[in-house]
Design a protein around this ligand. Structure first.
Ligand SMILES: [Zn+2]
Length: 205
């Protein structure tokens, strides 16, 4: 499995480089339309789903450019059968360019498969999925999608989602506004279960 992908945006938020294992990652995830050649020159926001998530990405870019500070955010990039624990490092460059490096820190299998489909708009049958931690909203709580009750719990399930940012992830950027620490110890959403009791060690670039 690929473990490192990166890309650079110009000052207009258009993709101007992709690197490391980008193409392999796109192909492994069944998205040949997203290989480097296809997306070069395109605005990043064209590939970001959900108004709230787009606002989050814009706030992230604004912060990195105007503070001239690199930040690191933990997030999840789950598939139907595995949880993927990721770290995103976002760094300012010359001329308003911004560099993104995405690193795979670890994976673990789900208890059961959850197939996610993106709804065109919010409806009675849609659930909100957080673009950062990949938890889904169930009533007032955010839970792992395989914890949602739906029929036989041993079988796989399918969820129709719209994308947003949960209340906890929405504060990820605020923590940078108030402290100089470049990285925080991630909470349990971003640690695989076999690492939750470990002393967290920041991965080395
Ligand atoms: Zn979240």
């Amino acid at each position: 499995m690929t473990s490192l992908v990166d890309f650079t945006l110009n000052a207009n938020d258009e993709i101007i480089t992709v690197g490391h294992d980008w193409d392999q990652f796109a192909l492994e995830n069944g998205a040949p339309e997203l290989t480097g050649q296809q997306i070069m020159g395109q605005p990043l926001l064209d590939f970001v789903t959900g108004k709230v998530t787009r606002q989050f990405v814009l706030a992230l870019l604004h912060f990195v450019r105007y503070q001239q500070q690199s930040i690191q955010l933990h997030y999840r990039c789950d598939s139907a059968n595995i949880r993927r624990f990721m770290l995103m490092s976002v760094s300012p460059q010359d001329s308003g360019n911004v560099h993104f490096l995405h690193k795979l820190l670890g994976t673990e299998p789900r208890q059961r498969s959850v197939y996610i489909a993106t709804a065109i708009q919010r409806g009675q049958d849609t659930t909100v999925r957080c673009s950062m931690c990949n938890l889904v909203k169930s009533k007032q709580a955010w839970v792992e999608p395989d914890q949602l009750q739906s029929g036989n719990s041993r079988q796989s399930s399918e969820l129709l989602v719209i994308y947003g940012i949960c209340e906890t992830c929405a504060t990820l950027l605020e923590s940078y506004d108030t402290s100089q620490s470049i990285s925080k110890k991630p909470d349990s959403r971003f640690l695989s279960s076999n690492r939750k009791n470990d002393t967290y060690v920041e991965p080395v670039e």
